[in-house]
Design a protein around this ligand. Structure first.
Ligand SMILES: [Zn+2]
Length: 301
């Protein structure tokens, strides 16, 4: 231990009455290593202003960036925690508690409803920071709840995915979330409502292998990793060198897996446009045009 930094510096700073400088004012871009001032990073929605790298963001930020002011977060039903009483190096129950405390949420998905540029929508967002956004019973429950809410509100369902796949600590229970989420999103489609998937980095494993590939529209953020198994596993299995950019958003767009790759700054506007194309002003229903009541006269201010 260095006594100067441990003891002397804090003392000097106290004497001088100087406030400690927070060490999180600058962030380093993991792609280009440039330093970015935190306010610039917030302004750019956590996209590097130097190289355009889209950094991973929290589920709550997704919701804020996507929905208009005044949205409401939904309380999610509790799923049975630790159904197998699983233990590896540590108990799953302990890992779960730790993740809950760190992320300030019960499981890896946030659900909210509100509007996107005035279009009603239900949004579910994965939190990659919560055990790698892995899909266990809690996440399955969240997707089912979001789908039911979309049907109830006659609103499109938009899911932002960021997941390492199934939550292995829940064994077969986590695998069951795959058909469960597929059925839930099918419900949305049967109600004639758009189901839009926005894939963020990374979207892999059981999430890719279930509802995430079944959207009406597939959007991804630039350079997002999207796939089922990891590239190294595939390379070892097929014994062939994989093409450059394999499993990246742009490659998948070229090969027809995605419909759009959209910059985070344009995501809200793009979603609003897609929703309006899919929902608004259907010529068969001319009465719909008058659906929105005229704005009431301005309140006496
Ligand atoms: Zn950068």
């Amino acid at each position: 231990m260095n006594w100067i930094s441990e003891w002397a510096l804090p003392k000097i700073q106290t004497w001088l009455g100087r406030k400690e400088v927070p060490d999180n004012l600058w962030h380093q871009c993991p792609a280009c290593n440039q330093m970015i001032f935190h306010k610039d990073l917030e302004r750019s929605l956590h996209v590097c202003p130097h190289c355009g790298h889209h950094m991973r963001i929290a589920a709550s930020q997704r919701i804020e960036y996507t929905l208009d002011e005044g949205f409401q977060r939904i309380e999610l039903p509790r799923a049975p925690a630790d159904p197998l009483r699983f233990r590896d190096q540590r108990r799953y129950a302990d890992r779960l508690k730790e993740a809950q405390a760190k992320a300030g949420m019960d499981d890896a998905v946030v659900v909210a409803h509100g509007a996107i540029d005035g279009h009603r929508a239900v949004v579910a967002a994965f939190e990659f920071g919560f055990m790698g956004g892995s899909m266990g019973a809690g996440v399955g429950e969240a997707i089912v709840t979001a789908a039911k809410l979309a049907v109830l509100q006659d609103a499109p369902l938009i899911v932002f995915t960021a997941s390492g796949g199934a939550r292995m600590q829940e064994g077969a229970v986590s695998l069951m979330q795959m058909p469960r989420t597929v059925i839930a999103t099918q419900m949305v489609k049967e109600a004639g409502l758009p189901f839009i998937v926005v894939m963020a980095d990374p979207t892999t494993g059981g999430v890719t292998a279930s509802f995430a590939m079944l959207g009406d529209i597939h959007i991804a953020e630039p350079n997002a990793l999207i796939g089922f198994a990891g590239a190294r596993v595939i390379e070892q299995t097929v014994r062939e060198k994989l093409p450059e950019g394999f499993q990246r958003a742009e490659y998948l767009l070229e090969h027809g897996i995605l419909d759009m790759v959209v910059h985070r700054g344009e995501m809200r506007a793009s979603l609003a446009r897609v929703i309006s194309l899919l929902r608004d002003k259907r010529p068969a229903e001319p009465a719909e045009a008058a659906e929105e009541p005229a704005a009431p006269p301005a309140a006496n201010a």
